[in-house]
Ligand binder design. Structure first.
Ligand SMILES: *[C@@H]1O[C@H](CO)[C@@H](O)[C@H](O)[C@H]1NC(C)=O
Ligand SMILES: *[C@@H]1O[C@H](CO)[C@@H](O)[C@H](O)[C@H]1NC(C)=O
Ligand SMILES: *[C@@H]1O[C@H](CO)[C@@H](O)[C@H](O)[C@H]1NC(C)=O
Length: 332
């Protein structure tokens, strides 16, 4: 039903995206950071086989979401836009690889933190008003969907992977700062917010390699951390909804769908979930996944993971379909 509705006009006026590498569509290309993906084999299954900065072989879950909502193009990477103007009428993407709930890791990797992403969004609102007038801009702003996501703990592990001196993986915590992000987004006019949960962090190929003590099973400690975080996120969202009755805030669960893909790949049309496609599939991501990586698979369509942290396009499609069902109240 939703898919049919989406054939004509988009279901909402715009889609604004915040987050980290899971949603970054090229913002980090413009930054002085090692956390990049704008070189092959990234993007090899994307339009024109072009690397764009997406940490994936093809489309991200947010790209599929834009399609599902009826948009004919994806919200552009805000920092990539030379001319903003009409390009931002249907939304924009502020996500930056290695940002996340920790301002400190964003700083460490010279990424755009969530609070800086909000500053960019403020700028974007002014540009919208210039292009289409205050009144049109304000209906775009209040009607738009805001999708936000964070792997949060991953950037820390980047450092660990590079330095190989890891001992533990700091837990993401929902702090007052995180509440502030949602409050600020609301204060800026957002009324439809979808926030995705943490994935089963212990099932990412890199987690198993680094923390699995030689086993090929998901690391339950890390999965428990994610479950606890998600529970708090849920409570936070209930509180926010109490404070702001006109806010539609939906927690979009990606934990269970990704967990199912990893633990029962063949039931979902996949055959490889332990190893990622790129390189050995055990540790590589970002600059460690490049055209010289040895062992990269020929066809990622049956791999759950593209690199050792990031789902493949095929897995993203499954996740996006679940998001659509979970997020139905955002468009009704
Ligand atoms: C506001 O939107 C309407 C309908 O799309 C359009 O006709 C009008 O030109 C817009 N206003 C400005 C100032 O661009
Ligand atoms: C959040 O809470 C609701 C009900 O309070 C529950 O149905 C849902 O499964 C919870 N989601 C997560 C991710 O814990
Ligand atoms: C990858 O394999 C799938 C079937 O598993 C096939 O449909 C697709 O065309 C293949 N892609 C490439 C690039 O070979």
């Amino acid at each position: 039903m939703v898919f049919n509705m989406a054939k004509g006009q988009p279901l909402v006026p715009a889609l604004f995206i915040f987050g980290d590498s899971v949603f970054d569509v090229g913002n980090n290309n413009q930054l002085y950071t090692i956390v990049k993906a704008n070189f092959p084999p990234y993007g090899r299954d994307f339009k024109n086989h072009m690397p764009t900065g997406r940490f994936c072989n093809g489309k991200l879950a947010s790209d599929f979401t834009a399609e599902n909502l009826g948009f004919t193009s994806y919200p552009p990477a805000y920092l990539n836009l030379k001319a903003k103007g009409k390009n931002i009428l249907n939304g924009a993407n502020f996500a930056s690889g290695a940002s996340g709930y920790y301002e400190s890791t964003a700083k460490l990797y010279h990424a755009v933190s969530l609070s800086q992403q909000l500053e960019h969004y403020k700028e974007c609102q002014n540009e919208l008003a210039e292009v289409t007038g205050r009144s049109n801009a304000s209906s775009i702003i209040s009607g738009a969907i805001y999708l936000t996501f964070s792997y949060s703990a991953i950037p820390v592990s980047f450092r660990h992977v590079f330095l190989s001196t890891f001992t533990s993986w700091p837990l993401p915590r929902l702090s007052k700062t995180d509440m502030k992000f949602f409050k600020n987004l609301y204060a800026l006019g957002a009324r439809r917010i979808g926030v995705t949960t943490l994935p089963p962090m212990g099932c990412l190929p890199a987690s198993i390699t680094i923390f699995g003590s030689g086993s090929n099973d998901c690391v339950s400690r890390l999965n428990n951390d994610a479950v606890n975080f998600n529970r708090k996120l849920n409570t936070t969202s209930q509180n926010l909804k109490k404070w702001f009755p006109d806010l539609i805030l939906v927690v979009l669960d990606i934990y269970q769908p990704l967990y199912d893909l990893v633990t029962k790949p063949s039931e979902n049309g996949f055959f490889e979930a332990r190893k990622a496609c790129c390189g050995t599939g055990l540790v590589e991501t970002s600059i460690l996944c490049n055209h010289k990586s040895i062992g990269t698979c020929a066809n990622a369509s049956e791999y759950v993971f593209w690199d050792s942290f990031h789902p493949s396009e095929a897995a993203n499609k499954v996740l996006a379909d679940d998001l659509l069902i979970a997020g139905i109240s955002l468009i009704s």
